[in-house]
Design a protein around this ligand. Structure first.
Ligand code: NAD
Ligand code: MG
Length: 299
């Protein structure tokens, strides 16, 4: 049962839908609006308290899933937010832009493909100029396509997954750092897959361990500049990434059943961690990885 807001006490086991789910293939990247059930990104429930008042945020993958939940939460906590997504996802993005603007915050939509270094640089520059500053970068975009055998995993796919998940992160951080003021925060998105890789995610899982190592190394460099870098590592979360090929459709039916909570997490359940890591409340925390895994704990 979804709650009035994120503070209502209730049993987490029954708080959100449990498997089985219908098979629901969609072409990549997939739309949140077409999922059954539609994910909870906190649209109705996330309650903010000004914890990010006046902040200027860039969220990649901000149209759907975990990125959308972070974008909504950032806006409700008082931040102006730029979101990036792929052009095919415009209808999901439009919903997020409306929700940010409904908070009286500035919303900037910057569609484009993160596999291009030129675009990543341009994205950061546009977010910075259109928001009138930048002090929060949440790298949430990612690509995941299950392939059962290494024999069928193409170089093109291996390359695209690394470009989207790792190179784009490098390009965005590199472009953003000269613009970030003291106190700014970077939040990167890894996965339980960094530690417990699935057989069918031979390209994706190592991108996620790369993100962990990259973020820890970067955190040690940039703390000199007063910038903190932390990582969120989700377990199974109900998003289009999973239903549009991240998992085989047979696995969608029982998605989330493998964790102690026996259900997938919802994007809304990830957002409070992004808010905490973005805000000055987490001032003595950098280079850390935090799981949101339904009990399938990180090592
Ligand atoms: P999602 O599909 O809602 O979000 C992923 C987003 O990545 C898409 O909306 C799209 O805008 C963006 N994207 C993909 N390729 C892109 C490209 N080339 N250029 C620009 N944008 C691109 O799914 P999600 O599950 O919310 O994914 C968000 C992050 O969470 C990803 O990094 C994913 O690896 C990570 N994650 C998800 C799960 C899960 O179970 N859903 C678990 C662990 C980690
Ligand atoms: Mg999307």
């Amino acid at each position: 049962m979804a709650s009035a807001n994120q503070f209502d006490i209730q049993n987490p086991l029954t708080q959100y839908p449990q498997p089985e789910f219908p098979k629901q293939p969609q072409p990549v990247p997939g739309l949140a609006s077409k999922m059954q059930p539609v994910p909870d990104h906190g649209e109705k429930s996330y309650k903010g308290f000004g914890r990010l008042k006046g902040r200027k945020a860039l969220v990649t993958g901000g149209d759907s899933g975990i990125g959308r939940a972070a974008a909504i939460a950032f806006a409700r906590e008082g931040a102006d937010v730029a979101i990036n997504y792929l052009p095919e996802e415009q209808s999901d993005a439009d919903e997020v832009i409306k929700l940010i603007e409904a908070e009286g915050r500035k919303a900037v939509a910057i569609p484009g493909d993160l596999k291009s270094e030129e675009f990543c640089k341009d994205l950061v520059e546009r977010a910075h100029s259109e928001l009138g500053g930048l002090d929060l970068v949440a790298n949430v975009a990612g690509r995941q396509k299950a392939v059962e055998s290494i024999a069928d995993l193409t170089t093109e796919q291996f390359d695209e997954t690394f470009k989207t998940n790792v190179y784009a992160l490098f390009w965005i951080c590199k472009a953003a750092l000269p613009l970030l003021p003291e106190g700014a925060t970077i939040i990167n998105t890894a996965s339980i897959q960094a530690y417990e890789p699935s057989a069918s995610l031979l390209d994706y899982a190592p991108t996620k361990s790369s993100i962990v190592a990259f973020s820890k190394a970067l955190s040690k460099q940039v703390i000199e500049q007063g910038v903190r870098v932390n990582v969120v590592a989700p377990g199974p979360v109900w998003t289009p990434l999973q239903t549009s090929g991240g998992q085989p459709q047979e696995a969608i039916v029982k998605f989330g059943s493998q964790v102690p909570m026996k259900r997938p997490g919802q994007p809304a359940e990830c957002a409070p961690l992004y808010v905490f890591l973005a805000s000055q409340e987490s001032s003595y925390i950098t280079g850390e990885v935090f799981g949101v895994t339904g009990g399938n704990t990180l090592p």
